[in-house]
Design a protein around this ligand. Structure first.
Ligand code: SF4
Length: 328
């Protein structure tokens, strides 16, 4: 690991000023991703600004919004009584990710900034446009079993690894950030990027901006929800495909619906056309099969991930059935 300066400010404004002092500085929160990347020489900061003393550790119910401070741990969110009662989809998604030990350390803000687990990103002997822009993409012609089927480019076909992000996308969350110029709020759907020509940029965060909190608007999705994650082993594995489903059902009719998928794109993949199709429909397996067909429009597989073209719709159908209470 390279040598670096380490500072631990107590104020948010001080942390932002401190990170701006060095072009190669990083914020440090739980460290569950960043420290691994530093050990492997993939990220080599000259300055670490530890934000763990900042006052960003509250879960609050504010005027119809749930507000989660950026430093609240994943365990604290998933185990929070108000979250479990009103936003169970979020608890389910967090509990599907990582191990309990990692969830105890990982923070809400950090979860949004997880880097991809593409193996070529971690292998410094291989080309990777995300790690070294312009070097090529080892996965395009390589072993691409875990990779994207939606929204990829010829520069990068990696996927976002977070489970929590999938639920936050479905729940229409907002990300509050502070920066050197001003604070601003970013709709969750606009926070993560598709790779395009710049896969080195995972998000729309500007340089030196700090995530301070996340808001989730209250919505009638506390009953018929499900997060289904398909992976190679039952714990501590990233999703091959996942589906976050939130339904508002009255008299067996779908009044409102939110859907997102994970493991399929460079960002959590919202299924807005499928949501439009489902609104007003009666709950049935046939309806869910039609919905899954719509969800797969535009999907494109690579040499080793063709199985996702079947796995993704099947995962969505199963999650819809479970959320709606249809016999599985
Ligand atoms: Fe790098 Fe993206 Fe290609 Fe993986 S898919 S090797 S992260 S450019």
């Amino acid at each position: 690991m390279n040598q670096f300066q380490y500072v631990r400010p107590a104020e948010t404004s001080g942390a932002i000023k401190s990170v701006a002092l060095d072009a190669n500085a990083h914020f440090l929160a739980g460290g569950t991703n960043l420290v691994d990347l530093m050990k492997m020489g993939i990220v080599t900061p000259e300055r670490l600004v530890d934000i763990n003393n900042l006052p960003l550790k509250k879960i609050e119910n504010i005027q119809g919004h749930l507000r989660i401070g950026a430093l609240v741990t994943n365990t604290q969110v998933a185990e929070n009584k108000f979250v479990k009662e009103n936003f169970p989809l979020l608890s389910m998604a967090i509990n599907a990710g990582a191990s309990p030990q990692l969830r105890n350390m990982a923070t809400t803000g950090g979860n949004l900034l997880q880097r991809t687990r593409c193996p070529y990103f971690f292998d410094t002997t291989m080309p990777c446009n995300k790690r070294v822009p312009g070097s090529g993409c080892g996965a395009l012609e390589g072993y691409n079993r875990m990779h994207a089927i939606f929204g990829a480019s010829d520069k990068c076909i990696a996927v976002n690894p977070s489970d929590m992000n999938v639920a936050l996308t479905a729940l229409n969350a907002f990300v509050h950030v502070s920066g050197p110029k001003a604070a601003r709020t970013i709709p969750f759907a606009d926070f993560h990027r598709l790779p395009g020509d710049h896969p080195e940029q995972d998000t729309t965060l500007q340089k030196n901006e700090l995530i301070t909190s996340i808001d989730i608007p209250t919505a009638p999705f506390s009953k018929n929800v499900h997060y289904l994650k398909v992976r190679d082993r039952s714990s501590y594995a990233f999703a091959l495909v996942s589906a976050a489903v939130a339904l508002h059902i009255e008299n067996n009719t779908i009044k409102d619906v939110r859907l997102a998928m994970g493991g399929v794109a460079h960002k959590p993949w919202r299924l807005t056309a499928t949501e439009t199709f489902l609104k007003g429909k009666t709950v049935s397996e046939d309806t869910f099969k039609q919905a899954a067909q719509i969800a797969m429009e535009g999907a494109k597989a690579y040499e080793h991930n063709k199985f996702k073209l079947k796995l993704a719709p099947n995962t969505l159908i199963q999650a819809l059935k479970t959320a709606s209470g249809l016999t599985v």
